[in-house]
Ligand binder design. Structure first.
Ligand SMILES: [Zn+2]
Length: 47
């Protein structure tokens, strides 16, 4: 699990480990996720 900050509403939310996509629970925006390290998720852009 790792946290990312939504680029749309700026709320932080958790991403499941190794997930390739994640949806912000606050604004429902879907993102593509990359993992620079196994424990650090990063938003790549809109899915
Ligand atoms: Zn959001």
């Amino acid at each position: 699990m790792s946290e990312v900050r939504c680029l749309n509403c700026l709320k932080r939310f958790e991403v499941q480990s190794n997930a390739k996509e994640a949806t912000c629970p606050n604004c429902k925006t879907k993102y593509r996720i990359s993992w620079p390290t196994p424990t650090q998720a990063k938003i790549r852009g809109p899915a």
